[in-house]
Design a protein around this ligand. Structure first.
Ligand code: PMP
Length: 312
């Protein structure tokens, strides 16, 4: 499990250059600090000892999502997608990590100006890297609870953009669940259907099919979600159904698991104190988890192109 405080690498990208992380600081008057007008990505790099290398998982897909979302907050960032990708790799390389890492590119309204708006406010982006191992317990299964907080709707704060402000919603749900003794929360939408976890997508297994809420269900369209869908379809021959999920389906499904860059593939063993199956990770969840860990470490030739090596 992760340490409470971040363990940053020595280098970060800030205000146009790579510099010591301790010199990367923003003013208390920064627009995004006051209004939550920022958006970010979370990307993992896996250290593979046999190759003495770190592989950054699906970096272009993450940076593509990052860049595409700039428009939602009216951000103009001069660097190209490729330049941003290269800077991300450079930070990890210069920091000489030899362990699992997590990259956090963050685009933010950098001006010191008053008033909540997204137009006519200057933007910049920065990136830091930290050490990161497993973020949640991925072995024994999680005990989760349906949150009393509803998922913020796309018409309130577009959570698909990974906007900083929308993580108040995630934080409220996560703390509510953890303070009540659970491992994680499940968000329902305003219409009562299932959306996702606080920072992870959700899948259930029913009648041999994998079911997950559709892209327009107020979710962040996760890169791990898309990866698991592809692996399940191509490698396990499973049927994938993207459709709304009712709360009570969570109680009667055969299996349930979360996916996310941080959570990876995390099986759920109970929902609202109802045990799923025999209370241990189900066979499809386990198979997908094992396959996912092989893929992210570059061990499956067919998917090796998803793994960007840091040291060449
Ligand atoms: N939903 C939310 C709200 C998240 O914060 C995350 C983590 N980025 C996810 C889903 C999973 O997305 P991904 O697989 O791209 O990390």
């Amino acid at each position: 499990m992760h340490d409470r405080l971040m363990q940053p690498g020595p280098y970060a990208y800030f205000e146009g250059e790579v510099r010591p992380t301790e010199d990367a600081r923003v003013s208390i008057m920064t627009h995004s600090f006051n209004y939550g007008t920022a958006l970010f990505e979370g990307i993992r790099g896996y250290y593979v000892p046999e190759e003495d290398n770190i592989f950054i998982f699906r970096l272009p897909e993450h940076i593509d999502r990052f860049v595409r979302n700039f428009g939602i907050l009216n951000m103009a960032i001069p660097q190209s997608q490729k330049e941003i990708e290269d800077i991300c790799v450079d930070i990890v390389r210069r920091s000489e990590f030899r362990e699992g890492v997590y990259l956090r590119p963050l685009a933010y309204k950098s001006e010191m100006s008053l008033g909540p708006k997204v137009h006519d406010v200057a933007s910049d982006w920065c990136c830091y890297a930290i050490k990161l191992g497993d973020y949640v317990d991925i072995d024994s299964g999680l005990d989760v609870v349906v949150s009393s907080f509803r998922r913020v709707s796309d018409n309130a704060i577009p959570s698909r953009a990974k906007t900083v402000g929308s993580y108040v919603n995630s934080s409220l749900a996560s703390s509510e669940a953890k303070l009540a003794g659970f491992d994680e929360a499940i968000f329902l939408r305003e219409d009562g259907s299932v959306a996702e976890g606080s920072a992870m997508n959700i899948f259930i297994v029913a009648n041999g099919a994998l079911i997950t809420p559709p892209e327009n269900a107020d979710i962040l369209v996760g890169i791990t979600r898309n990866t698991v869908i592809e692996l399940a379809r191509e490698e396990l021959g499973l049927e994938i159904v993207e459709r709304p999920i009712a709360r009570s389906e969570l109680y009667i499904c055969d299996e349930c698991f979360f996916t996310g860059t941080g959570a990876q593939v995390a099986p759920v063993r109970s929902v609202d104190r109802r045990q799923l199956g025999d209370g241990t990770p189900g066979p499809i969840s386990k198979q997908l988890q094992d396959l996912y860990f092989d893929v992210v470490q570059g061990k499956v030739a067919k998917y090796r192109h998803w793994c960007a090596p840091v040291y060449t």
